[in-house]
Design a binder for this molecule. Structure first.
Ligand code: BGC
Length: 886
């Protein structure tokens, strides 16, 4: 092939493999490209932060393969042109670090916007252009910055003020508990709903920041705030507007007892029961200047949360989508039932026209009776009903303010006339955590499971990861949180959300180190079941390995030590045996004590790995020793050498020790065979695991070279299986493997069995962290090409950039396309699929044949083979491999 023909092919794929080709291209267009996707503290979009030394991350772009950063330079300034980096000029820093680079400039001030940009030098010391300018801003950094008072007494509050100078920049800082809606001069400010996030309020309450510059008027202005009870249970508000005007002065408007209040149109609001709203009580113009407030009364001081105010540095809850109902039926006179076609969290937007005083009831359910009426039995005591009373003023649109429901079906009664499909819309409401991962395959059932996982996960992100979204619960159960975390990390932009939840766990911990089953703590016990409490060490660890976040290790290490000390204090004979739930909602019961002991070991092991990462060498030694002790005790206590079983020999009892390598080498085969036999023969290729066992089952089978069996379980459609839920009409994952519709514990939207989602990415697509590597700096791509699976594809957005892999198997060949971010490296393990005389092409160029690696292809470092695979080491870039054999 001539070099020009080669150039054409390679240009088509967007990369240049040979230097002769590069020479023909104008130099200025190629090489290191400006970094993009700039983040400050995990946030791409500016949200006010209250971090003393924020950290910067950026994604590098480059025309060529195999590229790394060798140096960077960051500029931070108070002005957007960045001509003068008055806050920080890092100068050229020789470092390959492109994530979590800590700010090291002048001290940051409260309520200030800072602009920043970054450039980098590549392998060959070539300089990229600067990134486009991004910005971050600070909130109120010090407690004394808050000048206002906590006020309340009413659910609707207002205040007028005058401005006689041109506004340069204005911000609103607000914490309105339980929930608030902030309005200024007749308009709702921002898109947040059900704000602020629910936290451990005696330790920390969150405030939000809004840019209100464009909402202010010259002359008279009016602020209006509606308050709901939310999780706090009572209404109280602290607010501060900071308005910078022409001439350098900053005017501050704060909540105090000069504010006026009134009970507005919201008669009652409750998260579980719904909202009762009477539009006849709306005071038109209450949130605009010039309103006659003579019959409004003065606000009073309100109960303040005991905790400190801290910036909400995660995505707020917002309306994320709107759903059109699929059909409407009329099972009884005056009763209309709508099928939204999808179980989700949120509410209904009602469009209605009718006589003043007409009350429309909107009820929500996950299930229907056979007669077509809604079945609300599994909501337990949650009434899940919104009531809207019409003002009678033409067409009226209503959405509730301070409640949400989990539902697929909607019942309307009291509707004036006959509704149509246009009378309602479903409003999908959850934390605005974007989906950033994609998985698809040739097997439809797997794609359907993925769809259920995504819906179940996102609709259970309500500032904390909730267990369910419909019944009288919606708690941050720690077990559910950690079991779904890996899947959520692959599928969603969830780092900021988890950082906040991890702080919640620290906030709930008591002086003895004890955690609680739910965080914030409402349900369950203190101390948490060890299988639930493990969320704290495990989720911190996930943040470290998946995002390379070392600061989170540092911030939580001492609290985690305290937690492990607590567990240790409860150890009986070297094992932790107390348990509340064990392998929850399993088909076959596993004794709780083996589950707790497993997690005790897991927690100590994580602590020892954390100590290692933080170079706390004394701790490493002592935790390693403790691990060895627990390991010995565990085996001694639970193993029966006659049968080769742990505890009662359930799938979970045997797979847990296999997962953490607690089984002595000599016994592994036996234990594994028992597990295999139980799945395959005793249960006819079905699992019997609950939420705990299910999380580790697929990985254990895969690690023991049996991804085939894991796959068979994943595509199973008879009870119990994911497919069984789908066959029975599930649109989100159920709480139970069983198909129950009665009044018991049987939510139809519980994300915990979605843990299988991580296995889709790791095993079927093959995207993994390389052994010992963190933050996707080193990646292992190892897809399992199994059974009837013809192709699988997945992409995730890592902190270093997108990682993508897709493969397709054709007759005697396997094609595999990968993308590895700049500043990362990967090893691709391509299975040989029992083919002989294998050769491997990359973008039509021969890479490997007759057992030999053809060097010289850009980005490719090494190729070698084992009995079962071709292993390719490579640098960043996009590659298309084709393995061909006979
Ligand atoms: C929740 C579960 C939770 C469990 C504790 C249930 O009520 O919905 O998901 O983990 O209690 O056992």
């Amino acid at each position: 092939m001539t070099s020009s023909a080669r150039l054409v092919i390679l240009v088509f794929f967007g990369f240049f493999a040979i230097s002769t080709a590069i020479a023909e291209i104008p130099e200025k267009n190629y090489g290191p490209q400006s970094p993009s996707y700039l983040r400050c503290e995990y946030l791409k979009d500016p949200v006010a932060i209250d971090v003393e030394k924020p950290r910067f991350s950026w994604i590098l772009n480059h025309t060529y393969r195999g590229q790394k950063q060798t140096a960077y330079r960051i500029l931070v300034s108070t002005s957007p042109d960045l001509e003068n980096a008055d806050m920080w000029d890092s100068e050229k820093v020789f470092s390959d670090q492109s994530v979590h680079v800590e700010y090291n400039g002048e001290p940051l001030k409260s309520s200030t916007t800072y602009f920043w940009k970054v450039c980098y030098w590549d392998n060959e010391d070539r300089l990229s252009g600067f990134s486009s300018v991004n910005f971050f801003e600070t909130g109120l950094l010090l407690e004394k910055d808050w000048e206002g008072e906590w006020i309340g007494g009413f659910n609707q509050l207002r205040k007028e003020f005058t401005l006689d100078k041109t506004v340069i920049r204005a911000r609103a800082y607000i914490c309105g508990l339980g929930y608030y809606e902030l309005r200024l001069n007749g308009q709702k400010i921002g898109k947040n709903v059900l704000d602020p996030g629910w936290t451990v309020m005696n330790v920390r309450a969150l405030y939000s920041t809004y840019d209100i510059t464009d909402y202010l008027l010259n002359g008279e202005n009016a602020i209006g705030v509606m308050l709901g009870k939310g999780w706090f249970g009572s209404r109280s508000l602290i607010l501060q507007l900071l308005i910078e005007v022409d001439g350098g002065e900053t005017i501050s408007v704060v909540s105090d007892q000069t504010w006026k209040g009134q009970e507005g149109p919201i008669i009652t609001d409750s998260i579980f029961n719904g909202e009762i709203y009477d539009a006849r009580l709306e005071a038109s113009g209450w949130d605009s200047p010039g309103f006659d407030e003579s019959d409004w009364r003065l606000a009073s001081l309100a109960i303040a949360p005991k905790g400190k105010l801290s910036a909400q540095m995660m995505q707020p809850i917002q309306v994320m989508d709107t759903i059109v109902p699929l059909k409407m039926t009329n099972p009884e006179s005056g009763m209309y039932v709508f099928d939204m076609g999808q179980n989700f969290s949120g509410w209904v937007r009602l469009k209605v026209k009718g006589p003043r005083g007409t009350a429309v009831q909107i009820k929500h359910s996950e299930l229907l009776y056979e007669n077509g009426k809604i079945n609300t039995e599994n909501l337990r005591s949650a009434r899940a009903e919104d009531v809207y009373t019409l003002s009678g003023d033409g067409e009226e649109i209503y959405e509730p303010h301070f409640t949400y429901h989990g539902f697929r079906f909607v019942e309307l009664t009291g509707f004036p006339g006959v509704p149509t499909l246009d009378s309602i819309r479903g409003r999908v409401v959850h934390s605005a955590v974007a989906q950033t991962g994609n998985f698809s395959s040739s097997k439809e059932i797997l794609n359907q499971i993925q769809r259920l996982i995504l819906w179940g996960q996102k609709t259970n992100l309500h500032s904390i990861p909730t267990d369910c979204s419909q019944r009288d619960e919606r708690m941050g159960w720690l077990g559910d949180a950690h079991l779904t975390a890996e899947q959520a990390i692959f599928n969603f932009d969830i780092a900021a959300f988890y950082t906040n939840f991890i702080r919640d766990m620290q906030d709930v911990q008591d002086k003895n180190g004890m955690l609680t089953d739910t965080v914030p703590h409402v349900w369950g016990q203190r101390p948490a079941d060890p299988a639930w409490g493990t969320a704290y060490p495990l989720m911190v660890w996930y943040m470290y390995i998946y995002y390379g976040d070392k600061r989170i290790l540092e911030e939580h290490y001492d609290s985690l030590k305290k937690y492990v000390d607590f567990l240790r204090s409860r150890a009986e004979d070297g094992l932790v045996k107390f348990s509340h739930y064990g392998d929850w909602v399993s088909i076959e019961k596993t004794p709780g004590d083996i589950v707790s002991s497993f997690y005790y070991y897991y927690d100590v092991k994580i602590l020892s790995d954390m100590a290692d990462a933080l170079s706390r060498n004394e701790d490493v030694k002592s935790y390693k020793k403790l691990c060895a002790d627990i390991k010995k005790k565990f085996h001694g206590e639970y193993y029966d050498s006659e049968t080769g079983n742990y505890a009662n020999g359930t799938q979970t009892a045997n797979l847990l020790p296999l997962f953490l390598d607690l089984v002595p080498e000599s016994e592994k085969g036996k234990v594994y065979q028992n597990l295999n036999w139980d799945i395959l023969y005793k249960n006819n290729t079905h699992l019997t695991t609950g939420i705990i066992g299910t999380k580790y089952l697929m990985e254990v089978l895969t690690d023991f070279n049996n991804s085939f069996l894991a796959y068979d379980l994943a595509v199973q459609t008879t009870y119990p299986s994911w497919g069984y839920m789908i066959k029975n009409g599930a649109t989100t994952l159920w709480e139970l493997w069983q198909n129950k519709t009665g009044p018991s514990m049987n939510s139809h939207n519980h994300p915990m069995f979605g843990s299988i989602g991580a296995w889709f990415y790791k095993t079927l697509v093959g995207i993994n962290l390389a052994e010992g590597s963190v933050g996707f700096e080193k990646i292992r791509i190892q897809p399992h090409v199994i059974r009837d699976l013809e192709y699988a594809a997945g992409s995730i957005q890592t902190i270093r950039g997108p990682v993508e892999c897709s493969w397709i198997r054709l007759d005697k060949s396997l094609s595999l396309d990968v993308t590895i971010p700049v500043n990362s490296e990967a090893e691709i393990i391509m299975p040989k699929l029992n083919l002989k005389d294998i050769s491997v092409m990359e973008n039509s160029l021969l890479l490997f044949s007759e057992g030999r690696f053809k060097t010289g292809l850009a980005g490719i470092i090494m190729v070698d083979e084992t009995k079962t695979s071709i292993n390719i080491k490579l640098g960043s870039g996009r590659y298309s491999f084709k393995l061909i054999g006979k």
